[in-house]
Design a binder for this molecule. Structure first.
Ligand SMILES: [Zn+2]
Ligand SMILES: [Zn+2]
Length: 552
């Protein structure tokens, strides 16, 4: 009997983000991606969310490596945190490794790993796993599909993908190789990107966006151009830069990650531009507007990003004005719409004209739509299928798509974060939750979990905080002074001072009655209740109350 293979989903099945799976066989663990999720408004203060790495705690010495399929944060962003606790080699393409290296160096964990470059079509052993890497098109260069050979057959992981038949770098998805593996060996299990599984049709090619960008640039002759895109979207940057150079413009980068990725991509030959066409952003102001094109980060309106700072007049590098055309070559990620809208208003308010994906087609998705998913299912012809990389609605829609193509429903296995599926001679079985799948939030230098902290923060953010300090005599248990009732963010201005004095009186009275009753203990509860009742009657608000009882 061949050994069974377990796959545990540590993130990415329920959200778009924090992609991470652990594939286990014969005591060895192979990680597939290790990314972050960007927090929503229910997680105030969190920088980002990690996968459920707790599951790996007692398997630390059995991790043979981590494959990173491509350089997006939802696939590589948690590596530096994982490597603070664990140690394993990382396998990825040269470009992806370049992005990873920046992060690991920033966090000082380079000595915890070895970075192992893999090329298109490479086949190598990672521990007992025989892995082959197949080129795939996506919105970042050098994405890789992984074909992982196990005692239970081939597991094919699609990575994030679209089927771009006319990619900027000519590097197409090698469907023929997937077809050959399917024919010669058979694909036992397909794990496939579900991001756009609800959307009919096919995605537009990246090169079509290039045509639109060229016409936008041509129509804005004489004006300075500021084009914002994802810093890792090298092919988009390439198309903008090429069009700009063809019109005699110089290209400058704005934003640290754009500067870094631009340099990395040029170094690796992924971004081709003559040296004379590239200038530093500090030189941009010495050229006439019509001679400059700035490629910038901040297309999502992130408040501290280069473009958002320029939009509010806070950039030291660039002043936006009536000579500028700003192109947002992206569409807002769900949750960022309001921020992007605010940034557009700020830019327009400074006199710039703004071109965005809501008005002109200056963006295309990096994720295949239904027809592209159907093509991959047809070519791979897997025995079993688990939809991955999506919110619940995307995973369910992707499952329905496979069934709609004739796959027996029993062979489509739905899983969620924390679940483990097992591939054995009996087939593919979801064994249910083997780890909590909880969110682990990074906030500054600490990692937090559980909803309590964010409930408190939401309450403090919405209603403020009130602290009540009561000081008693240790000798006779009497009140030594009037209680101190202090608030922040509860009531505005002078009204707060007046209410705080009244609140202190109410608490003093309640404490006096309690002490006279001769009851023992529970004074902080009495203080909290008295303060709460007063706050409720006087303001009908629900600030967080912090009672502090001190004996001197
Ligand atoms: Zn992704
Ligand atoms: Zn991606």
């Amino acid at each position: 009997m061949a050994d069974p293979v377990q796959i545990t989903f540590l993130g990415g099945l329920g959200d778009i983000g924090r992609n991470c799976a652990a594939i286990e066989c014969r005591g060895q663990v192979l990680l597939l991606d290790c990314g972050v999720l960007f927090p929503d408004e229910d997680m105030p203060g969190a920088d980002f969310v990690l996968p459920d790495l707790e599951y790996l705690r007692d398997k630390a010495d059995r991790i043979v490596g981590c494959i990173c399929t491509h350089g997006h944060e939802d696939h590589i962003g948690a590596l530096s945190h994982a490597l603070e606790r664990l140690s394993f080699p990382v396998y990825a393409s040269r470009f992806t490794l370049g992005l990873i290296r920046n992060r690991l160096e920033e966090r000082g964990v380079m000595d915890r790993t070895e970075l192992k470059p893999i090329g298109d079509h490479d086949r190598l052993s990672i521990g007992a796993f025989d892995c082959e890497f197949i080129p795939v098109t996506h919105s970042v260069p050098s994405g890789l599909i992984s074909a992982i050979r196990t005692p239970q057959g081939v597991i094919l992981h699609s990575s994030d993908f679209k089927l771009d038949l006319n990619p900027v770098d000519g590097r197409r998805t090698d469907l023929a190789r997937i077809g050959a593996i399917a024919r010669d060996e058979g694909i036992r299990l397909l794990l496939c990107d579900s991001t756009n599984s609800e959307i009919p049709g096919s995605s537009r090619s990246e090169t079509e966006v290039g045509e639109v960008l060229r016409s936008v640039l041509a129509a804005k002759a004489g004006r300075r151009l500021v084009v914002a895109a994802f810093a890792s979207h090298i092919h988009r940057v390439q198309q903008v830069a090429e069009a700009a150079v063809a019109e005699g413009r110089k290209v400058a980068t704005l934003g640290l990650s754009m500067k870094r990725n631009f340099a990395l991509a040029r170094e690796l030959g992924l971004l081709r531009l003559p040296d004379h066409a590239v200038i530093d952003i500090s030189e941009a102001q010495h050229h006439r507007p019509g001679e400059v094109c700035v490629v910038a980060t901040g297309s999502q309106g992130e408040s501290r990003s280069a473009l958002a700072m320029a939009a509010t007049g806070d950039s030291r590098w660039i002043q936006i004005g009536a000579d500028d055309t700003v192109v947002l070559s992206s569409s807002p990620i769900p949750g960022n719409e309001a921020r992007v809208a605010k940034m557009i208003n700020n830019l327009v308010n400074r006199g710039a004209d703004v071109v965005h994906s809501g008005s002109v087609e200056v963006h295309t998705t990096g994720h295949g739509k239904q027809d592209e998913l159907r093509t991959l299912h047809t070519v791979a012809d897997p025995e079993f299928f688990v939809p991955v990389h999506g919110e619940v609605r995307h995973l369910v829609a992707h499952g329905a798509l496979a069934v709609g193509m004739g796959m027996p429903p029993a062979r489509v296995v739905q899983a969620r974060d924390g679940d483990q599926v097992e591939l054995s001679a009996d087939g593919l079985l979801n064994r249910g939750r083997v780890t909590s799948g909880d969110y682990y939030f990074v906030n500054g230098r600490l990692v937090e979990s559980g909803p309590e902290l964010f409930r408190d923060r939401s309450a403090i953010g919405a209603e403020g905080v009130v602290s009540v300090v009561v000081v008693l005599s240790r000798r006779d248990g009497r009140l030594l002074a009037q209680p101190r009732f202090e608030s922040r963010g509860w009531v505005g201005g002078e009204a707060a001072r007046e209410l705080e004095l009244q609140g202190a009186d109410e608490v003093a009275a309640a404490v006096g009655r309690f002490l006279e009753s001769g009851e023992q203990g529970g004074l902080d509860r009495v203080v909290r209740r008295a303060a709460g009742q007063f706050i409720n009657h006087s303001t009908d608000r629900r600030p967080v109350i912090v009672p502090i009882v001190v004996e001197l």
